[in-house]
Ligand binder design. Sequence first.
Ligand code: NAP
Length: 485
Amino acid sequence: MTHSAPHLNFINGEWLAGYAMGPNRNPSHLAEVIAEYAQGDAAQVDAAVQAALAAFPAWSTSGIQSRSEALDKIGTEILARKEELGTLLSREEGKTKPEGIGEVTRAGQIFKFFAGECLRLAGEVLPSVRPGIGVEITREPIGVVGLITPWNFPIAIPAWKIAPALAFGNCVVLKPADLVPGSAWALAEIISRSGTPAGVFNLVMGRGSVIGDALVRHPGIAGISFTGSTGVGRRIAQACVESHKKVQLEMGGKNPQIILDDADLAQAVELSVQSAFYSTGQRCTASSRLIVTQGIYPRFVEAIKARMDGIKVGDALAAGTDVGPVVSQAQLEQDLSYVEIGKAEGAAVYAGGGRVACHTGSGNEGFFMAPTLFTDTTRGMRVNREEIFGPVASVIRVKDYEEALATANDTEFGLSAGIATTSLKYATHFKRHSQAGMVMVNLPTAGVDYHVPFGGRKASSYGPREQGRYAQEFFTMVKTAYTLA
Ligand code: NAP
């Protein structure tokens, strides 16, 4: 039996009202409130952390079989309900239904993966440099972790933090993005029926400045895993260092996509369009700088314009939609303001540039924006340095591979970087010399596997990597034990 509305916070195994309820709105239909969700406060954060601390001794020493079974059960239910949960996700965040179902599928796969990983947590046994002594290195859970997540992946990001946290014996307080509480609440409801004891997993919804801040400052929290903007992440890191908390940050990007003269043109256009504009460009791994060498430049801009003309923008759930709405009024205003900033800097709007009506002609009032491409840009322009986080990309024309590489690396960010080329020499050189944490050859900068590490460099990431086997770096701590034989 699934638990239906009201959508309350989940603390110590109970559903509790906050101080108020807040609406979750559909960015495809501005008048539509999907449901109301509880708004918690600092006192509820404290109650959740105390419950998690009380649950930790038993959970952290519980058998790995029961943990594995709980994670597997969660993954099975997510996958079985992917159509329903994907629809909810698309309604609240605005990515298309196939993209929503894809994200839900990924969340289910992540729980299944960590159901296995918790059985494989290995240590090391070494001889001592002193005769007659044995040395063991083991990994232990870190304690109660605070997980703070952004709006653009409402179920996958909570999943890729919760699953390893629980797998390795930690207890959790999740604070999802206030803009999209629906998917996180549905996930919490599934976890509530998974057999995890009361207090092991807790959900507190509400504003970042209230709930997030209270989590970061709570003395009972051993570590914070945060995904969101670089500005908020930087402040969280400072607070965590002061209180000796472990911290893991995944933040913004300004991801480059290089297109060399020898690229397969059709492939280069398709992967650029996919990673720049699909999911409304609202992916930390989206390409926002298309760096094109001069020999292919005229053919590339002509072909990408033709491809962009065919993109259907509109209601996330409508059949045929390629690109859904921008998530919110504030994000739309930010995207449109960058169009003006680009124009003022001398960039040419080559495609898009403003709001559009839904392609179905239904007259829906949503935050729909045309995929927008600037040409005549230089690498120093603000539109090529600052994260816009919408369906807006620029083309930067360069002389050769060397200039393309220098331009790609000329950013404070370093999350994902791509190259389109048929040259093994340039592909190999780029894989080694790109300053990004993830490098793609003839693939979009967005689109990654769930069983390998995810993360960036420079201002895009801080602390240990997320996902795959590498997730244990953050969610466990090492102990070295010596035994006299
Ligand atoms: P955001 O504004 O930084 O918010 C992220 C989360 O932090 C939200 O839950 C937010 O709460 C919370 N928060 C806000 N202020 C806080 C504070 N003072 N203390 C503690 N928590 C606080 O980011 P966003 O707009 O949701 O997401 C977009 C950003 O995320 C982009 O920069 C994108 O690149 C980045 N991102 C990075 C990755 C990655 O893996 N590198 C993946 C996805 C997204 P509320 O919003 O609920 O108030």
